[in-house]
Design a protein around this ligand. Structure first.
Ligand code: NAG
Ligand code: NAG
Length: 401
């Protein structure tokens, strides 16, 4: 078929300050794609949809159809719209500007893996692949054929086109060429300390208490000090409003200090977010707490859902403080003497994040929207190895795993 023009397969390896960046080329498709132009279902008639999202019933349904995703998560797509607009300006993604892959029947094909020398990189990339696979196999409808690479480093590559267009966990404002994907923590993170995302949500639910009955202090735990974290430790030392401690990490669980399981943060009225080496995966957990999330701003590193954070007004869903925390105490004092306002912010965060945009269902919808928008801005992938008839490129996801 004319669909399969031959072209050079490009595989990209990028090195950043001696750290190897991982790229996994992955491919998938649907059998319908070959038969006709029917790929992703056309624009949904949301108005006609009698279905509405019910967090109790639907929050763990990974297979919502496209109309349901659009109806339930109408505000989830700005980051993908942005990446698409950027691509419109800079031209279609070509094989040269991304890594390569192919598939069929909703299964993934892994084309190339780079830099998987560290076990944590391997864990991260597997978690991403499994999340993608989950979003695919739960979904009843066709998806477009795409080929892409993703990068699981904390600090994604700075290289602009033509070689740097990839999916990343985070980006700085100026890294317009990166397409944000959900964090590996939506599968699982740090086995015995955090665990699978759904299990964290279960534990938060199990330990749930009324907002007014929460510990009135502000909590933070972290390892690995950057300047901001150092400042936080200094200004909170000995303060009655703070339960803020450094974690001393050890592979031996008995030797660890300052550990506080992520769901136990939710016992506190105020939970403090900080960035780490780049973004911090903690924010998505904190926003599930039903507590007041405190965010020092500006944040340098964005994740795909950050545009949903609202700093003021009736829909305010977190509290912003200065990057050096100089107004933290003042803000805490304010909310401690206006607990009803604090509760409203916490309730808004539950409605926006826990019961809507950070549900597993929303995350699967985001993946599929990413496939769709990427497909609209990208080349048609090659199915077979160059010059070889019927020899598929890559290896099946199942074999890779
Ligand atoms: C999606 O599911 C809803 C609810 O079951 C249904 O009404 C709608 O027709 C479905 N849409 C598509 C495009 O399959
Ligand atoms: C892809 O990159 C290679 C090497 O940089 C270059 O020689 C080739 O012309 C590029 N191909 C396309 C289609 O841009």
């Amino acid at each position: 078929m004319a669909l399969w023009r031959s072209h050079q397969v490009t595989i990209i390896a990028v090195f950043i300050v001696a750290i190897i960046v991982l790229f996994v080329g992955v491919y998938y498709n649907s059998p319908y794609r070959f038969a006709s132009s029917q790929a992703w279902p056309k624009s949904p008639a949301y108005d006609a949809l009698s279905w509405t999202f019910d967090p109790v019933r639907d929050s763990r349904r990974y297979g919502l159809n496209q109309s349901q995703c659009n109806a339930a998560f109408a505000k989830l797509w700005p980051e993908l719209d942005r990446a698409g607009h950027h691509q419109d300006k800079t031209g279609k993604i070509t094989p040269n500007s991304s890594s390569i892959a192919w598939s069929r029947q909703g299964t993934l094909y892994v084309l190339e893996v780079k830099g998987c020398t560290r076990s944590d990189f391997r864990e991260r990339s597997n978690a991403i692949l499994l999340s993608i696979h989950r979003a695919l196999i739960a979904y009843p409808d066709p998806v477009p054929n795409i080929e892409f690479s993703f990068n699981i480093e904390d600090i994604p590559n700075d290289e602009e086109t033509p070689t740097g267009i990839t999916w990343a966990l985070t980006r700085r404002e100026d890294q317009q060429h990166l397409w944000l994907m959900p964090d590996f923590g939506y599968w699982s993170w740090l086995g015995d300390v955090v665990g699978s995302y759904e299990r964290v949500l279960d534990k938060i639910a199990e330990g749930e208490r009324l907002f007014m009955e929460k510990d009135q202090r502000a909590v933070w735990r972290g390892a690995g000090l950057n300047e901001q974290r150092k400042t936080l430790l200094e200004i909170s030392k000995g303060r009655s409003w703070a339960d803020i401690e450094l974690i001393v990490w050890d592979d031996d669980p008995d030797k660890r200090k300052g550990m506080l399981p992520i769901h136990d943060h939710c016992r506190y009225m105020f939970v403090i977010h900080t960035e780490g080496r780049s973004y911090s995966g903690r924010l998505k957990y904190l926003l599930n707490c039903g507590s007041v999330v405190i965010v020092p701003e500006p944040l340098t590193w964005m994740e795909y859902f950050h545009h949903l954070l609202i700093p003021d007004g009736p829909r305010q869903n977190y509290v912003r403080v200065k990057a050096d925390f100089s107004d933290l105490e003042e803000k805490l004092n304010y909310y401690l003497s206006h607990l009803d306002e604090a509760q409203r912010i916490a309730d808004n965060s539950v409605a926006t994040f826990r019961e809507r945009y950070l549900t597993p269902a929303a995350q699967a919808c985001y993946w599929r929207k990413l496939f769709e928008v990427w497909a609209a801005h990208s080349f048609e992938p090659e199915m077979y190895q160059k010059g070889k008839e019927k020899v598929w490129r890559g290896i099946p996801f199942e074999t890779y795993m």
